[in-house]
Design a binder for this molecule. Sequence first.
Ligand code: ZN
Ligand code: ZN
Length: 187
Amino acid sequence: MTQSHRLAGDLLQFNVSQLLKERTEASRKYNIENAVITVDDLGLVLTAPLRGTVRLVKAAGDVLVTGTLSTTLQLPCTRCLEPVEVPVTVEIEETFIPITDVATGMHLSLPEDVDDTTLIDEAHILDLTEVVRQELYVSQPNQVLCREDCLGLCPRCGQNLNFGACTCDVSEVDSRWSALLALKDNW
Ligand SMILES: [Zn+2]
Ligand SMILES: [Zn+2]
């Protein structure tokens, strides 16, 4: 059983009410030292807080967010399923759209196909959580190995062969194969 790690840390939320009042190209840079997001529902386990930098730049009517965040994911070894700590880095580049006008408080009309994970709410909070969650999900490597020469599990009894050989008689499988091959030769 994998333990669910509960890390404590900051949220990936930024109040942009001041930034939205500034001129185009005004910016903010944040050093992220210890941010934490929920990823259990994606089947992921974070074993380190997110660290990196996030930059917000005001554009005409929206905010461009760029950044790099690193953390560690705990993933099962592709061969033996033992947990492996895998460092990952995600790059972010997203445009966030305010749903209300910061000066008047009026609701702004949003594009038809708007992505609700990249909206700045009525309180002018830009929440990067969902974007980072999705990036972490796709950042998982296809293959994870606990070590280069991981021996994997016995296909028969499931024993982790890194901890020693099992007692399965693999020669039986071999002899059946050779019988089949012999048959094939006679065709
Ligand atoms: Zn392994
Ligand atoms: Zn076995």
